[in-house]
Design a binder for this molecule. Structure first.
Ligand code: UT7
Length: 328
């Protein structure tokens, strides 16, 4: 029987127009362009305006991805948005996007796995497609993290940024598409990256806001060390599951969390600079959006050739981590 695989047929991205540079940040918190550049690799990032929110950016990226795929919104069976920054708690932002793009047949839900959300979403959709439950799926990684950042906390506000990336995935016979994926989590480190307030545990209240529990907190240095080890292991896992070796990977498209994490992982796997796709200097850390944004840049620059092997890998709040190997 012919193998059914989930192939990425189209990609898109949307970023707020406003750009915040490291020099702008020097005026907001006690930091410097030199510190941010050397510790993270970030030079500037896109930040949304006060009246902007997630779903219109998702719709913009999705329309691009659908056009590139040559698929109409009404043919979508499934819309998944990986996000920790939805439009509102209820309903799912995916439902707003369905309405904005006219995808009336699609089942819609949001899910979150921190910065690993896009990989989790891709893997969920892959299972829908390979079992025949859906033929065409839209997977979006979208975040407006600037809305959740504590602009007095220099350890986080210089890192996180806004943006959306989207892919259209279709079930097809053949060798192209998702070859393997690997997903992991360790909830015993749930306090490493957290936004403690605003849920059922600490509901919204004046006191919650006075105590600054509505913003993101991160134990950055501890997260950094675990990220490098876990990413190396999960990259190897997806590669081995597909019966390949690290040498087979043409493009490593990692979550853009920190250039030092990415270089360390690439070094451990023996990948030269030209294998790694980096846009963190311009885009910052957009959590679940960073991989689909990077992928769309690569695709539109014409850098990926048919049958190239791509590896996506991410690490984030949860803690969660995962990887996905694709034959283009
Ligand atoms: O997105 C997915 C999950 N997240 C990650 O993967 C993030 C992983 N972590 C990181 O990327 C890095 O840990 C950071 C970039 C967040 C921080 O870099 P670091 O090299 O681990 O710095 P650190 O937290 O150990 O802090 C070193 C120093 C401290 O000062 P002292 O105590 O040595 O005097 C900080 O207060 O750097 C200070 N610092 C800053 N200085 C200038 C922290 N943030 C800043 C800043 N500007 N923005």
């Amino acid at each position: 029987m012919a193998t059914i695989r989930s192939r990425i047929r189209g990609t898109g991205r949307a970023l707020p127009e406003q750009i915040l540079t490291n020099f702008d940040l020097e005026k907001i918190v006690d930091t410097s362009d030199e510190w941010i550049t050397t510790r993270t690799g970030i030079k500037e990032r896109h930040i949304s305006e006060a009246d902007e929110y997630l779903s219109p950016f998702c719709a913009q990226a999705s329309k691009q991805a659908l056009e590139a795929a040559g698929i109409e919104a009404k043919d979508l069976d499934l819309i998944i948005i990986a996000t920790v920054t939805p439009d509102q708690p209820i309903p799912a932002t995916a439902c707003f996007v369905q309405d904005l793009i006219g995808a009336g047949r699609a089942a819609c839900f949001d899910m979150q796995a921190g910065c690993s959300g896009f990989i989790y979403g891709l893997s969920i959709a892959d299972n829908f497609l390979r079992t025949g439950t859906a033929r065409h799926a839209l997977i979006i990684g979208g975040e407006l993290l600037s809305k959740y950042v504590d602009w007095k906390d220099r350890a986080t506000c210089v890192i996180f940024a806004d943006g959306v990336g989207a892919v259209v995935l279709s079930a097809e016979e053949g060798e192209r598409g998702i070859l393997s994926s690997a997903l992991h989590a360790d909830g015993s480190m749930s306090d490493f990256i957290t936004c403690p307030g605003g849920g059922s545990k600490i509901p919204v209240s004046h006191e919650m806001i006075d105590n600054n529990l509505h913003t993101i907190k991160m134990r950055g240095n501890e997260t950094f060390k675990i990220a490098v080890r876990s990413l190396e292991a999960v990259c190897r896992e997806a590669i081995e599951r597909a019966g390949m070796t690290p040498h087979d990977v043409r493009w490593f498209v990692p979550h853009q969390a920190n250039v030092r994490i990415i270089s360390a992982v690439a070094g451990r796997l023996g990948w030269p600079e030209e294998t790694i796709y980096l846009n963190i200097a311009r885009i910052g850390n957009t959590s679940s959006a960073s991989i689909p944004i990077a992928l769309d840049e690569l695709v539109r620059a014409g850098k990926i050739k048919e049958k190239d092997i791509l590896l996506f890998a991410a690490f984030g709040a949860g803690l969660t981590w995962g990887s996905c190997l694709v034959r283009w």
